[in-house]
Design a protein around this ligand. Structure first.
Ligand code: THU
Length: 160
């Protein structure tokens, strides 16, 4: 039997001081965005900031609903908003962070599967990898060059 090994590469910064200016500004925008989350059910606020090729930053946060599945994640909120406002502009990076009320999360919080699928669609749409910057409430920061690193064997339009 053959074996398929999947590899991914993630750079880890110990603190914001190790980031370049662009990444640290985007992460700061995501932290600010998390404050705008509407999360009365989970008390888990997610902030995302998207950097576009034209230099514009678009933010998003999770918006919950009493009908739970209606909730939209912070990442998708930011990406869909960016795509709606600037449909032809590639997305270069997305920073994602959280404010957690129940417990301190001192490790990066990765995007859910649905958000990874949407980040990949964005990469395919614009033929542009999307850099991902992740941090929890505090702690290490993960720097990822493409969602493909954290979302192997993905479904895309080549199967349709
Ligand atoms: N959430 C996000 O905003 N992004 C993710 O990638 C995972 C989960 C939100 C949805 C919900 O409002 C809360 O976090 C708890 O699941």
């Amino acid at each position: 039997m053959k074996q398929l090994k999947l590899e991914s590469e993630i750079k880890i910064a110990d603190h914001v001081g190790e980031l370049n200016e662009q990444d640290s500004q985007l992460l700061a925008a995501a932290k600010e965005a998390a404050k705008g989350a509407y999360a009365p059910y989970s008390h888990f606020k997610v902030g995302a900031a998207v950097l576009l090729q034209n230099g514009v930053t678009v933010i998003g946060s999770n918006q919950e609903n009493a009908a739970y599945p209606v909730t939209i994640c912070g990442e998708r909120n930011a990406i869909f908003s960016a795509s709606a406002q600037y449909p032809d502009t590639p997305i270069l990076a997305v920073a994602i962070t959280i404010i957690s009320k129940n417990k301190d999360i001192s490790r990066p919080v990765p995007p859910c599967g649905s958000c990874r699928q949407v980040i990949y669609e964005t990469e395919a749409r614009h033929q542009q990898d999307v850099r991902i910057i992740l941090q929890g409430d505090t702690g290490e920061i993960y720097l990822i060059n493409s969602v493909k690193d954290i979302f192997p064997l993905l479904f895309d339009s080549s199967y349709l």
